[in-house]
Each structure stands twice: as C-alpha cells, then as structure tokens.
Design a protein around this ligand. Structure first.
Ligand SMILES: [Fe+2]
Ligand SMILES: [Fe+2]
Length: 318
C-alpha cells in the first residue's frame, strides 16, 4: 500500500520530493507498519515546517555529484561561490582538527584540489549541516558527538565492511542531526538532548510520549529527503532500538551494527560509559553485532580496544 493512500496525500501540502522519498522509506521496510508510518508522517510534517530542507539544499546536489560517473563538483563550487557564508564555513571545517591539512586552506577550490573527492564531500556535508542547523550549545554538542561517531564508524567499516566505508562516515555524521532542529523548534525537548546523543534505549519512547515522533525518525526522513541511500535512513531510524533483530536484513543491518558499535566506542572515549557493553542485554546485542559483521567476539573486542585507544588520544588533542 502506498503512503499517499495511507496518509491522504491531498490533505497535506508537503514538498513533493520529500513525500516521494518518504514512500521509498516506507517501501524499504517491506511491510507497512501503520503506527510507525504515522510517526514518519508526523516527522515529515515537522521537517517541512522548519524550513531546514531549503537551508541544506546543497546536500542532494552533493549526493547526485558523488553518484555521477564523472565527479567534477563544478556545480557545488559554483554554489559555494554564490554563498559566501557557507563557503566560509567550508574553509573553517577544512582547517579544523578533524580534517586538518598541514597547509592552511584559503579557498574552496584549493580545498577540493588538496583534499580530493571523498574528503571534500565530507567537509562540505559537515559544513552544510553546521550552517543549516545553526550553532549554539546543543548544536555544538551534537556535532562534536556526530563527528567523533562518523570517524569511528568509518574506521570500523575499514575493519568489518570495506564497501560501506564512505556511507559509514555519513551515517555516523547524520544519525543525530535531528537533535539541534528539535531543540530549536520544540518546547520541552531540552532535557532529551543528552539521552538522544547517548546510547540509552528508552529515549525514543520518551520522545514519542511528548511529541508524535522521535529524533531517529526525523533523522531518517531527513536523510531520505537529502537522497542518501535508503540503507542509511534505515540504520538511523533503528539506532536506539538496542537490537538488530527488527532492522532490515542486508547492508542496512550491517550499517546499523557499525553505527551502534561506533556510538559505544565514542561514549567510552568521551568517558560517558566505562565499558562498551556491560549489561545482560548488551551481551545479546554485541553477539548480534558480531554475527551481522561476520566476526567473532574476540575480533570485535580487539577492534573496539584499538578504536578506543586511537580516538581517546585524538580527543585529548582536539
Ligand atoms: Fe540518537
Ligand atoms: Fe548518537
């Protein structure tokens, strides 16, 4: 059944491309879950009302560019030359600790030449998110967490799923992108910021008790609207479920396994938790992760230790 029938398309004045992407997201689920679809519909309406898609409209162009056979970034470079504020943010990110080049980067053209396609894409994406969602304490907390998770997720993909390396970075970066939007636009969200950025399992339920949707659903609809591969949206939608069992099988489940692992590593590095998996429930979860990533637990814990060591040092120097 199409979402347009379920939700009564004519009654809603949504951005058409957002609506079409929402249908892709629903179809990727394989079966329609009316309750969850109701939340996704409310999330899409919320997104539409914030105007965030207009402030981040360079992201679908970035993704289209990356998907093309001949990546030139000509359109992106032109868009950046027309948007001085975003271009300034791109330079700030390119010269930041996470992307640090030994030579100071003073123009976006030089950033592209110096960083290469993949790093330039990551820089422009990071800068656009910071620009589109704004700065301030909750947003800065989100981006610090997101950038750390993105790097760890990328490293874990290098160990366990080489084909997902680029998407792992984007998924880590985007997984909590709804948080600054929700704290800015909704009253009564402020005390849910930290739980939303943490590894807890109950936050989505708390959000749904106050609002009609949670930040994982808003994030999933946003990445669909920005035209990331649908597996990215599915991994984000499930990132607080605490189990891989309900997640779609295949690459989406592998991406989710990497994301959950990355969040645990990031939380240990930031001293939010002492050990990545310590409860009975966690023992089951890490077993599921090992199975999905085709790795034994010894290897999983060995890579976790290596990532914690590497990123704890990195964090100390940021
Ligand atoms: Fe989250
Ligand atoms: Fe998170």
């Amino acid at each position: 059944m199409q979402l347009s029938f379920l939700f009564g398309f004519c009654e809603w004045n949504f951005n058409l491309s957002l609506w079409l992407r929402l249908e892709v997201l629903a179809e990727s689920r394989g079966k329609t879950n009316t309750c969850v679809d109701k939340h996704l519909k409310a999330a899409a309406e919320f997104i539409e009302n914030t105007g965030i898609l207009a402030r981040t409209d360079i992201i679908p162009s970035l993704n289209a560019e990356m998907a093309s056979a001949d990546v030139s970034f000509d359109e992106i470079l032109t868009a950046l030359s027309d948007n001085k504020v975003l271009a300034k943010k791109v330079l700030a990110v390119a010269n930041s600790a996470w992307f640090a080049s030994r030579v100071k980067i003073e123009s976006v053209e030089y950033a592209f030449a110096r960083l290469g396609i993949n790093e330039f894409y990551s820089v422009v994406l990071t800068a656009t998110l910071r620009h589109g969602f704004g700065e301030g304490p909750p947003a800065n907390l989100t981006w610090a967490h997101a950038e750390m998770t993105a790097r760890v997720c990328q490293l874990l993909a290098q160990h366990f799923s080489e084909a997902l390396v680029e998407l792992a970075f984007a998924t880590g970066l985007l997984h909590d992108c709804a948080v600054p939007l929700m704290v800015k636009s909704l009253t009564n969200f402020e005390n849910l910021v930290k739980p939303s950025l943490g590894c807890g399992l109950s936050v989505n339920q708390l959000e749904e008790e106050r609002f009609e949707f949670n930040h994982a659903q808003v994030g999933a609809v946003l990445v669909e609207a920005w035209q990331f591969p649908v597996m990215c949206a599915r991994a984000i939608e499930f990132h607080h479920r605490g189990s891989l069992a309900e997640a779609p099988e295949g690459e989406a489940r592998r991406l989710l396994a990497l994301l959950i692992l990355a969040e645990r590593v990031a939380a240990v590095c930031s001293c939010e938790i002492m050990t990545p998996f310590d409860s009975k429930h966690d023992t089951v979860l890490v077993g599921e992760i090992a199975e999905v990533l085709d790795a034994d637990l010894v290897r999983i814990y060995h890579v976790i230790d290596e990532a914690v060591r590497m990123y704890s040092i990195r964090l100390a120097h940021l």
